[in-house]
Design a protein around this ligand. Structure first.
Ligand code: BG6
Length: 465
């Protein structure tokens, strides 16, 4: 079947700072949170690769942006590294050399006919703010974030027309402070909720600041809400489990960002379990008044749940007291990464955004297929022949375009990622890029087959699937 891409639907890709830039030329002490995760246990990162070198994009941005132009991308979402951008973490004074660097990066995108989109934070919370203030749990850090946001808006707001406050803001609080999955392996739901609430307030205050500056553009947040399916919608226990999981993993950020309020169910549970976050009375009004113009939505795989399987008898409350993950028989797996592939979830989410969230404008801000050992899938000329990724892109776009036809307000799709890059722990194990990074060979860049497909699809405005 032939799929036509509407003219106002923009296709692009992602270049997140800490995952591509590398940091060997940073000032002493200017680490970010992923640097801390790496330094705590470098041996747990795949082959010891970490953010220190990443793709060396900081030094090679001109070469990279020229290559991104070759992929046909119309928009690239990137971000300044907050821990570089600030010279003095106590006062928030800007490092002018770094600010000039990012100005040059933006200009380079514009010169190459690519619209740069800025997300303020892709987990690059300066390590200083974690070590001295416990990150977003502290109002000092919230204020410093807003100060940083204002500097970015003021300096680049005439060149960049779409800003996002955070990328996947739930991930660090959830995995590092609640699930005990990543360093520092915390199991404290209230602590995680303090981070979550701090980020929600920080985002709302940054949005207020953006609006006060009267810039001509849009501001949003990039959320990775869990796309949750119950084992059985006919089973009330499964349905309840889904509702509860949804109140945090979908609702905490989606509802506050778009509707300006927390899901009542979530607040009730947190209070009942003595895990209600710390707040100031004014917070709720600030959140209510400063909702987003545009939503970025990241999606990789759905979350399937059923009623809680075990009796929760740990002293540390976790929402899993109320639900268990469900391993659906026969689900379609990505054989190269071990994540489920379920593109219809994008369609389901699109309808939900249309029907429950006022049909707010949104984009798919991340979607992509990770592939282990990808370097072996080459043609005679040495190009990686990633037909699986081309298929992945097509099937996700097909569901999305069906939703657009049904009145959903989705205006774009940004692949994760522009180039292979460094993930938390998995580092370069699973490759995601349109552009290959050859780690064995001076991090040489090379277009994959998907890059040529991308260009062709974007230029022609259509694809066959
Ligand atoms: C996404 C994250 O959820 O997963 C990215 O937003 C990450 O930062 C990506 O790189 C892929 O993860 P992995 O573990 O497959 O490399």
């Amino acid at each position: 079947m032939n799929y036509k891409i509407p003219k106002d639907f923009k296709i692009g890709a992602n270049m997140p700072a800490w995952q591509v830039e590398g940091g060997s030329n940073k000032l002493e002490g200017h680490l970010h949170f992923p640097d801390l995760m790496y330094r705590a246990y470098p041996e747990r990162w795949f082959n010891g690769y970490g953010p220190t070198k990443a793709c060396e994009h900081y030094e090679r941005y001109e070469e990279d942006i020229k290559l991104l132009k070759e992929t046909g991308c119309k928009q690239i979402r990137f971000n300044p590294d907050w821990s570089r951008f600030i010279k003095d973490f106590e006062t928030g004074e800007v490092n002018e050399e770094e600010a000039t660097h990012y100005h040059n990066v933006i200009q380079c995108y514009l010169d190459n006919g690519i619209e740069p989109i800025i997300c303020l934070e892709h987990w690059e919370l300066p390590a200083y703010y974690y070590e001295h203030y416990d990150g977003y749990a502290s109002r000092k850090v919230v204020d410093m974030y807003v100060k940083y946001a204002k500097e970015v808006f003021t300096r680049y707001g005439h060149m960049v027309k779409q800003f996002y406050t955070f990328n996947e803001p739930i991930v660090i609080p959830q995995l590092c402070f609640m699930d005990g999955f990543w360093w520092p392996y915390g199991n404290d739901t209230k602590h995680a909720m303090n981070w979550i609430h701090g980020k929600i307030v920080a985002s709302a205050k940054a949005i207020a600041c953006y609006r006060e500056l009267n810039l001509d553009g849009k501001i949003g947040m990039i959320i990775n809400p869990a796309f949750i399916y119950a084992r059985s919608d006919a089973n009330p226990q499964d349905k309840k489990a889904k509702e509860i999981a949804d109140s945090l993993y979908w609702g905490a950020f989606m509802d506050t960002a778009i509707k300006g309020e927390y899901p009542k169910l979530l607040l009730d549970i947190l209070k009942k379990e003595n895990c209600m976050f710390d707040y100031e009375e004014a917070d709720f009004e600030i959140i209510r008044q400063n909702t987003i113009d545009i939503l970025g939505l990241n999606y990789y795989q759905p979350l399937r749940v059923k009623e809680a399987e075990y009796v929760w008898n740990s002293e540390n409350f976790h929402l899993k007291k109320y639900y268990s993950e469900w391993d659906m028989p026969g689900k379609r797996m990505n054989p190269y990464r071990g994540w489920e592939i379920y593109p219809k979830a994008l369609y389901d989410a699109a309808l939900r955004i249309r029907d429950e969230y006022g049909n707010i404008e949104w984009v798919v801000a991340e979607s992509g297929m990770g592939v282990e050992n990808e370097e072996i899938y080459r043609d005679e000329a040495g190009m990686i022949v990633d037909d699986y990724r081309i298929n992945y892109i097509k099937e996700h776009l097909a569901w999305l375009l069906k939703a657009v036809e049904e009145g959903c307000n989705c205006k774009g799709y940004w692949l994760f990622a522009g180039m292979d890059n460094c993930s938390p722990l998995n580092a370069f194990k699973n490759r995601y890029g349109l552009i290959e990074i050859d780690l064995e060979n001076n991090r040489q860049r090379k277009l994959k087959k998907s890059a040529y497909f991308y260009k062709d699809m974007i230029q022609s405005g259509e694809f066959e699937f």
